[in-house]
Design a protein around this ligand. Structure first.
Ligand code: ADP
Ligand code: MG
Length: 616
């Protein structure tokens, strides 16, 4: 960039000298112009020629080359140099803007750790994170980035997770807690046992995701590249006609006058403003969103989000905390302790919120040696052999399916039915809390023109209706198996308008099929769940439903800016094209218009990067 700036300055000085001083020998002026032109324009000319051989004839290099060489040919030397000069200034500005937005995204994505302190044979060694293996012990000092995912085995500290979640409140961690790469250790020294290799760690996943996002093009971007493909040749043809036909018709006009107009026409027609500012707009939108812990996997999804018409939520873990508390234990021919123990053992391999809560309620360590043949019955419960006994834990449906006679429990809450060796041994009633920002989020979705909010759940209808009415959700469908959820969402997709989109928000646990079939699959709680990051189109790094509203707002802002740019650039172009065809605009004004539009469009695009976190 520096080299380019110096070139422009030198060329500009030569240009000015030649413009201001009229040498006695006119040739000196011409030579100064030519030197100045070569300094700024030679690489454009070379690029144009090279692209012709590569089959890319009609690009902006070509337009600039033809226009300026044409200007030389009709003796408009200062014009030719000025066009090249301004064009280069515009280019310089563009690369500055692109660089700036890249850097600001890079800095917010500045989570890649440079090293890990490996503890080996009592010594500490600085290593490349990629060399660390699972089960290795690493030390993380205050101020350092967590290089790999792992479990704390010694020490406690506060972690700054803001790079991943956009959440500024630090999280406290202590022995036994899982920590994620990309966070920053703030206060204490931590000794961590690594649980994932670098390639599988959160940091690598997120970086991959962000880096690949721009390869998924939005409709507007595809439109612009198609547009540029047809537009440029058309403009060139019009310019040729403009140079040839009028002089034939109006005999009294000069050929060079029309050639000049045609050349001006070419300068204006350069589509650079659009070509650069639109991807930049999406780039900014994706970057701005990731600042808030919203990872959008492609411009196409960002675009789709702006047309969200129906938002479907999963219940557990999405609208509710997914942290169940045991309310009541009703054993039948078994002690309370044994009932909860067997249930916890059977659940111990599952990562369902219910399972995690139950294990926590049990509170004692689990001897995994006596557990075998574990299986998860999605939407129903779990099955495992514990200490030689066949344990079933799940809902009423599960009992029915396994033909087990049970006593119905009518308490309020989610009821877990437990059976040992096909004999019903009691129920455990658990209940969940609604997330603090859930109600407000539903209301804000409605205010932001989302037509319908829907809740799907595998839980009982009573529990579901209770939650839905508290949240003011429009429709609720309960007692659904994961496959029923897929069917329901397929039905709902048919109900929306042609342009409207359906977004499904889930916690990523057993929701992967639904995430995949929705127009936009939004997974919550990217911190932790691998399935979520893979299956979804948008990943919310925190568990807050309000981030769905933020995502929609950012997408609308991005689309607004992109549309402004398209309309602004095209209308200015058309205006100047008409003016130049009628000879009302000279080449100077044309190049000013072109560079000016590019610069303004770029500045407008950069606005998307600035996003505010919504108020709670
Ligand atoms: P949601 O649709 O609310 O996210 P799921 O589809 O994950 O719920 O589960 C639906 C129902 O299946 C739960 O309410 C529970 O009754 C039962 N269930 C699912 N997984 C488990 C489990 N690991 N242990 C016990 N019951 C389970
Ligand atoms: Mg769920």
């Amino acid at each position: 960039m520096k080299k380019r700036t110096i070139k422009i300055i030198i060329a500009f000085i030569l240009f000015l000298v030649s413009l201001v001083i009229s040498f006695e020998n006119v040739w000196i002026n011409s030579i100064l112009y030519i030197i100045s032109y070569l300094i700024v324009g030679l690489d454009i000319v070379i690029k144009a020629v090279r692209n012709i051989f590569r089959g890319k004839i009609f690009d902006e290099n070509f337009l600039m080359t033809i226009a300026t060489i044409g200007a030389f040919a009709i003796g408009e030397f200062p014009e030719a140099v000025a066009v090249m000069l301004f064009y280069q200034v515009g280019e310089l500005f563009q690369s500055y803007a692109v660089d700036k937005s890249r850097k600001s995204i890079a800095s917010l994505m500045d989570i890649r750790p440079d090293f890990a302190n490996l503890k080996k044979d009592g010594k500490i060694e600085k290593c490349d994170p990629e060399e660390i293996n699972i089960e290795d012990i690493i030390i993380i000092k205050p101020g350092e980035k967590v290089p790999l995912d792992g479990t704390v085995i010694d020490g406690n500290s506060m972690l700054d997770t803001s790079a991943l979640t956009g959440e500024s409140i630090p999280r406290e961690v202590t022995v036994g807690d899982d920590i994620l790469s990309g966070c920053i250790n703030q206060t204490g020294l931590l000794e961590v046992k690594v649980t994932k290799k670098f390639g599988e760690s959160t940091v690598s996943k997120i970086l991959d995701l962000v880096e690949n996002a721009s390869s998924k093009k939005s409709k507007s971007e595809n439109f612009i590249s198609k547009f540029a493909k047809y537009y440029t040749p058309i403009v060139v043809v019009i310019a040729i006609l403009l140079a040839i036909i009028p002089p034939i018709i109006f005999k009294e006009t000069e050929f060079t006058e029309w050639l000049y107009r045609a050349l001006t026409f070419l300068v204006v027609s350069c589509p650079c403003a659009l070509v650069i500012s639109i991807p930049l707009g999406f780039f900014g939108g994706i970057g701005g969103a990731s600042k808030l812990g919203i990872l959008v996997k492609g411009s196409n999804y960002l675009e789709a989000l702006s047309n969200t018409e129906i938002v479907v939520f999963d219940k557990t873990g999405t609208l509710t905390e997914g942290v169940f508390e045991v309310q009541k234990i009703n054993p039948v021919d078994i002690s309370k302790e044994d009932l909860i123990k067997y249930a916890a053992y059977a659940e111990s391999f599952s990562n369902h919120p219910i399972a995690i809560s139950l294990i926590k309620a049990y509170g004692k360590s689990i001897d995994s040696k006596i557990i075998s043949e574990t299986s998860e019955l999605s939407g129903l419960g779990v099955n495992a052999i514990v200490d030689g006994k066949n344990i079933l834990v799940g809902n009423e449906k599960l009992m029915k399916e396994k033909n087990i006679t049970y006593e119905k429990c009518n308490e309020i809450g989610t009821i877990l039915y437990v059976a040992i060796d096909n004999k019903f041994v009691g129920t455990i009633t658990i209940s969940d809390k609604i997330k603090v920002d859930a109600k407000d989020s539903i209301e804000r979705l409605k205010r932001n023109n989302v037509k319908k909010t829907i809740m799907l759940t595998g839980d009982k209808i009573k529990v579901a209706e209770n939650v839905a009415s508290k949240l003011n959700i429009d429709e609720v469908y309960a007692e659904l198996l994961p496959s029923d959820k897929v069917e329901k969402v397929e039905e709902l997709i048919k109900m929306k308008s042609d342009n409207g989109k359906l977004a499904f928000v889930g916690d990523g646990i057993n929701d992967a099929p639904v995430l995949a079939i929705s127009d936009i699959g939004i997974a919550m709680g990217g911190l932790g769940s691998d399935a979520a990051i893979e299956a979804a189109d948008v990943v919310l790094m925190t568990d807050e439903p309000s981030k769905v509203v933020d995502a929609i707002k950012i997408s609308r802002k991005t689309m607004r800016i992109v549309k402004q740019n398209i309309i602004f650039a095209i209308s200015i172009k058309i205006l100047v094209l008409i003016l130049s065809a009628f000879g009302l605009s000279n080449m100077w004004e044309a190049v000013f218009a072109d560079v000016g539009v590019s610069v303004l469009a770029i500045l407008n695009s950069l606005r998307v990067l600035r996003v505010k976190k919504s108020k709670k």
